[in-house]
Design a protein around this ligand. Structure first.
Ligand code: ATR
Length: 269
C-alpha cells in the first residue's frame, strides 16, 4: 500500500531534551500512521526564516516550545481564540501555504488534572508565576469555572498586570481573580507552579505558608523545590509530565483528527 509520510517537527532552544518526537511517534503507531517527526534547534532570530523553509519543504505541522511560543503567536496568519487570548502558540498547522496557530498547553494541563482526579469547577486555585507559562494556561483555567484564581509572583507587579489582562474573561465566566496578599492564608484546592524557577538554577522564590490539597508543577523531569515543599506539607502533588503528554495528544488530534490513547505512552516514557 502506498502511504504518504507527513513531516512534523518541534522547534525550540534548547531542544535536544525534547520528548515530543517519541510521544508523537508512539501515538502515530497506535493508528498505523507513518510520520516523520524531528527536533529543530532554532532561536528567535532565525525562527521566521526557519518556519518559511519548513513550509517550503512541505511540513504539515510544527510544535513550538520555549522560548518561541509568543513569537509563533506573532507569526501565525490565523489563530484560535485560545491562542489570541494567551498570546501563545505551541501547535502550528500548515495548510494552503498558511500558518494556523493553536496552543494546547492549557488543554494538556486540564486533561492531566482530570486524569489525576482534580476537578476545578467552584474550586480555589493559586497560580504562581506571571510569565508566558502561566498566561498560556489561563484561558483554560478560567474556562473551567473555578470559584477563585489567585495570582502570585516573585515580581508581584506582574501579577497585578496579569489580573488586569484576564479580568474581563474571568468576569464573563463568573470567576473571581485576585492577587494573593502577603498575609493572606487561603486553603487552596490546587496550587500550580508556572514559574521557571527550577530552570534558572537559582533559589526558587515561593510564597510562604502555602496551604493546598493538590500541588502541580508544570515542569517535569526533576524534583523541584516546589514539589519538595508539597511533600513537606503532606499534600498530593504531581510534576508536569502528564501535561506534556496530554498537550501532545491535543496537538496530534488537531493534525490527524484522531484522539490517541495516552496510557500506553506513559508506560513507555
Ligand atoms: P515562562 O515563559 O517560562 O513563563 P518567563 O516569561 O521568563 O518564562 O517567566 C518566568 C516566570 O518564572 C516569572 O514569573 C518569573 O518571576 P519574575 O517575574 O519575578 O521574574 C518566575 N521565576 C523565574 N525564576 C524564579 C525564581 N528563582 N523564583 C521564583 N520565580 C521565578
Amino acid at each position: 500500500m502506498n502511504k504518504i509520510t507527513k513531516k512534523f517537527a518541534v522547534l525550540g532552544h534548547p531542544i535536544s531534551h525534547s520528548l515530543s518526537p517519541k510521544i508523537h511517534n508512539h501515538f502515530a503507531k497506535q493508528f498505523g500512521i507513518q510520520i516523520e517527526y524531528q527536533r529543530i534547534d532554532v532561536d528567535g532570530r532565525n525562527f521566521k526564516k526557519t518556519l518559511n523553509e519548513l513550509k517550503e519543504a512541505g511540513y504539515a505541522g510544527l510544535n513550538i516550545t520555549l522560548p518561541l511560543k509568543n513569537l509563533a503567536w506573532e507569526v501565525c496568519e490565523e489563530l484560535s481564540l485560545r491562542s489570541q487570548q494567551t498570546k501563545s502558540v505551541n501547535t502550528i498547522s500548515i495548510k494552503n501555504g498558511k500558518f494556523f496557530g493553536e496552543t494546547t498547553d492549557g488543554l494538556g494541563l486540564i486533561a492531566d488534572l482530570n486524569l489525576k482526579g482534580v476537578a476545578l469547577k467552584n474550586k480555589k486555585i493559586l497560580v504562581i508565576g506571571a510569565g508566558g507559562a502561566s498566561n498560556g494556561v489561563m484561558y483554560d483555567l478560567i474556562s473551567q469555572c473555578p470559584e477563585i484564581i489567585s495570582l502570585t509572583n516573585r515580581t508581584i507587579s506582574k501579577s497585578h498586570d496579569m489580573r488586569e489582562y484576564w479580568l474581563e474573561f474571568a468576569k464573563e465566566k463568573k470567576v473571581t481573580i485576585n492577587v494573593l496578599g502577603a498575609d493572606q492564608h487561603i486553603i487552596f484546592d490546587l496550587i500550580i507552579n508556572a514559574t521557571s524557577s527550577s530552570l534558572d538554577g537559582g533559589q526558587a522564590v515561593l510564597p510562604k505558608n502555602l496551604n493546598g490539597s493538590f500541588w502541580y508543577d508544570m515542569m517535569y523531569g526533576q524534583q523541584t523545590p516546589f514539589l519538595i515543599e508539597a511533600e513537606k506539607n503532606k499534600a498530593k502533588f504531581s510534576d508536569g509530565l502528564g501535561m506534556l503528554v496530554e498537550q501532545a495528544a491535543a496537538a496530534f488530534e488537531i493534525w490527524h483528527k484522531l484522539k490517541p490513547d495516552t496510557q500506553p505512552t506513559y508506560e513507555t516514557l
